[in-house]
Write a protein of this length. Sequence first.
Length: 413
Amino acid sequence: MEVHFQHWGYEIPSELLTRYGSPHFSIQEAGRALLPKFLRGAHLAGHCLVNFNERHILCANEAFPEAALADPLADLRVWDEWCNGSRRFPYPGRFSRLGLTHQEKKTSSPSSVGVVGEIMAGVFSQAFVGSQVVVRCIRHWPDLIFHADADIFAFVESKAFTNATLSSRLDERIPDALLREMMCAAVQQLNADPHLDVWGTFTGIVQIQPQLVATVTMIRLVPPAGRRQANPRSELPLAVVKGVAERAVAQAAVKLSPLQLQSFAASAKKEILRHQVEEVLRETAMREVESVLTDAAPKIAVEGSRDLIEAEVKKLIHAYKPSEALVGKRFFEIKSTGELSTLQKVRQVGEDWIFMADLGPEELHKVESSWQPAWENAAKPLTDCEGHEVWRCGGAAYCCGPSSLEYQTVRIR
């Protein structure tokens, strides 16, 4: 997969944040006013050509998208074949080639295109925006949250589309409607919290056959420095609070005993008191919060948000259901009971398998200590195992290969 990448930046002037952050303007009005100013003021900060191994895309498909698709690239190729006329509804009888009958072309699956966009957002963001994803938001804006620097969080939102061009002009690389939507969302978010970088990630499918060619355009939107200095961060963004609480409760639940887990079942016996187990889970979850946020947020903001985080943890635990406590999917089995840094099967792809290894503290430390922001690293393997490339997606390593790779140890070079 060939990706033509561009990185753009734009500082939104304070007067635009004030004027168009007001509900006086509709989204359509604000978007129409903001777009020309953005196109005039945006600057190209970098560009490169990146070639992805398709197995890398398959592995990243297990981690970054919120929609469940087995192979988004294969879906796009099938759609391309239909667009080229090889798919017609089989009415009975014979037909001439005069073109007297007409059938509309099939549309591309929004899920397939969107999944490719979310994969690109994930792999490029962890190569440059931040080394680790703090929160992966599902069905909420933004798609990904990183801790960028000091008290700055990076909100990354993904958009994807077909019929893209290889133009170097920003207004020709991305549809106007998507740019307007991004500008309005950024203005609202930066008005609410200036200590953010808002990243729009736009993936455009240019060509599918014989080789898949795409453009990826990442746009960093920031407020003026004065807005940040005038409003020092005192608490975490609410999206971070909610995401970290969910992550902490999930990690804490792994440590409950089978007897404790049974207390969440509707048919639990009276001697298994749910409220006692909830208190154990709350205490464990709050310790997990400390672990998650130790290096991923400024201390003053964590302290200022402690009550909010604990309230969210309590709410999640109170609503906990047995189906959530006893998840049996392969991903969660590996994350909860698997050997650290050991490849284990996730699912089969043709004659090969996709493997996942939950990275241990030593390997994660190596990742953090060697990480340098570079867009070109988006396609770079983490390491290799028995001659097969291994890629990192967040805190896990993925590989695609024969069944003999199972239980092999991932060692970062």
